[in-house]
Design a protein around this ligand. Sequence first.
Ligand SMILES: Cc1ncc(COP(=O)(O)O)c(C=O)c1O
Length: 381
Amino acid sequence: MVTHHACVRIADFALERYFARWEFNARFVLCASDVEGYPMAELLELADDETGELWDGLRLGYTVSTGHPLLRREIASLYDSIDPAEVLTFAGAEEAVFCLMNVLVGPGDHAIVTWPGYQSLYEVARANGAAVTLHELRESSGWALDIELLRRQLTPATRLIVVNLPHNPTGMLADRETFDRLIEVAEEAGAHLLVDEVYRGLEFDPSRRLPAGADSASRGISLGVMSKSFALAGLRVGWLATHDRELLDRLARFKDYTTICSSAPSEILAIIALRARERVLARSRAIVAANLERLDGFFEDWADRFSWVRPVAGSIGFPRLTVPGVRIDEWAAELVESEGVLLLPGSQFGHPGNHFRIGLGRTDLPRALDQLEAFARRTLR
Ligand SMILES: Cc1ncc(COP(=O)(O)O)c(C=O)c1O
């Protein structure tokens, strides 16, 4: 029997195509969202007796498809109420998003997704035939979630609400009251709530850390990864955590068609890092804090050329070039050609403002900013 199923070809991931062109060709990647990669040798020094033995005795066979039991245990301990059986690992956050959207939404379903944002959070749902409403964040309101707007965006078909907190690209973090109202809206709608928390742990004021999505809503799903706060993007280890075990089961079945199981060395290295999480996170926070101070100085000096809604968490911000007649796309293209400094124009998020993403996670930021400033003196004064 031949069966036919209509499908939509997925749109290009604009940001990833831009990075494919530039990331390893520009001298300074001043728009990266990850934190400076943790050196392998230093990470191995953090191993305890058990993980040291796991590493030394590692055999490079297939691994447990749901994730190494010790890895799931470490991940579960990042949450208040999550059992290791309520965690499923993936190859990065990206695979987790892809699998989740495939099992959760399809034709006839509706999803609401914050925007501007990480494109796969809405593009994969669209490609699966779901109707997607973008929940627009605005610079004029500090990029805050608008809960009343969110309520109005709900339809009887809304199956999924997606937020990203702390937020890429703006560095926004909802306050606790807004977060609680978001949970209420998701509960009332009976929808799943995906909270992309890949920058969690990088709150500049630790008292502002929000509860995890998986701990907060009955259909809450937390998305985590080793790439950002934990500075280990090269591991390609991410996960979903949720009390919805039926959903996890469907995800596991879908993952059989993508990666099947995680990379064996990466799992052990992730366990090592998660067991030493305070140290690993402290390093990331120190890098970001030093860079933020440097950026604050820059944006103060250049307040008449750039607007800067200071991020409150994460490793990125989304300033705007305010010089009349100067388009960020052209300015950024000249900047990378002449100084080797890469910015990410807002157009890569489909955003029409004159914004660009700036990354706070790389240790070469001071040098990159010096180059940018020299270029700005030549071109914006
Ligand atoms: C908000 C957000 N979600 C998910 C991802 C995907 O993470 P990874 O590349 O580690 O799979 C990213 C990466 O930039 C991101 O910024």
